[in-house]
Design a protein around this ligand. Structure first.
Ligand SMILES: [Mg+2]
Length: 309
């Protein structure tokens, strides 16, 4: 099977009328509405680095797109289009059908269209570039946190890092935590709803501490967070009680939850959002003018968040 047949067989899904020319020409041509801005982001996942060797094709496809969608969520954007650069050691039809089916299923769930890509031979790696849209000047930024804002995170923190730790310790993670690791749910709905409520927002990919510090640095503010307020899943709670290993929570990463700051005057809007929709957000701290991050709790060591190099 050559490259063209591979694309035709596995990735030429039906497009949408947003795309004038999708797969099959030199470039995709995309119409955009007036009064909107494009937001775009790219992420590469490499076997053995971002997912363990022997991860299923469908989990790899899911995570590759989900982590990119998470970046759109952090901006409060709506997902629109993506491109895929796939490097494969060989052409395995079973692997490709599973990869393609899983990718399409997640793409359909979030209404994002595959508009182009590239395939090459080599060690397994997946690069996805996502593009979304946001109303002009309405994107959620890292740089807009204000002194007095309350700091929130969505859902629970640390489940994926706990699954990864168990894999490294040659233990079998529970279905729940391995699912949080392989199939993080992109918080696009929450991100869009936070536009107009939150001042600043980021998605937690490298670790809560480091990602929150990105907001603090870009906004020229400080913060204090209370470790005991960080929402944890049941298994992680038990693990922390036993080990006091808060580095797993603060620096484990791979959560793909949102960390955002809300001015007190918008708390009614946030409460209404929680009551009307099925979203879980928890306050973990407050933005202050200290220009540093203070962690209140029984553990205060500087954790090492994920380093890319
Ligand atoms: Mg991000």
């Amino acid at each position: 099977m050559n490259e063209f047949a591979l694309i035709e067989t596995y990735f030429n899904w039906s497009g949408s009328n947003l795309v004038n020319l999708g797969i099959g020409d030199d470039c995709a041509i995309i119409d955009i509405d007036a009064n909107y801005q494009l937001v775009t982001s790219v992420d590469t996942l490499i076997e053995g680095v971002h997912f363990p060797i022997n991860t299923s094709a469908s989990d790899i496809a899911y995570k590759s797109l989900a982590v990119n969608l998470s970046d759109l969520a952090a901006m409060g954007a709506r997902a629109k289009y993506f491109t895929l650069a796939l490097t494969l050691p060989d052409i395995n039809k079973k692997w490709l059908s599973q990869f393609s089916a899983s990718l399409k299923s997640l793409a359909d769930e979030f209404d994002i269209v595959l508009v182009g890509g590239d395939t090459t031979k080599g060690a397994l790696s997946i690069t996805i570039n996502v593009t979304g849209v946001v109303e002009k000047n309405k994107a959620l930024l890292r740089s807009s946190a204000q002194v007095g804002d309350l700091i929130f995170v969505s859902n629970t923190i640390g489940d994926a890092a706990y699954a990864w730790k168990q894999l490294q310790d040659k233990k079998t993670p529970s279905e729940y935590v391995i699912n949080q690791f392989n199939r993080p749910k992109p918080q696009l709905f929450l991100g869009q709803k936070l536009s107009g409520i939150a001042n600043a927002c980021i998605d937690i990919s490298d670790g809560l501490e480091q990602d929150l510090i990105h907001i603090l640095t870009r906004s020229s503010v400080g913060a204090s967070i209370n470790l005991n307020d960080i929402p944890l899943g049941n298994e992680v709670k038990v693990y922390i009680k036993k080990t006091n290993d808060w580095c797993l929570i603060l620096a484990g990463g791979d959560d793909y939850e949102l960390c955002f700051t809300v001015p007190v005057k918008n708390m009614d809007l946030l409460k209404a959002l929680q009551n009307k929709n099925n979203v879980t957000v928890t306050q973990i701290g407050v933005i202050n003018n200290s220009m540093a991050l203070t962690k209140i709790g029984s553990f205060d060591k500087q954790c090492c968040s994920y380093q890319h190099f």
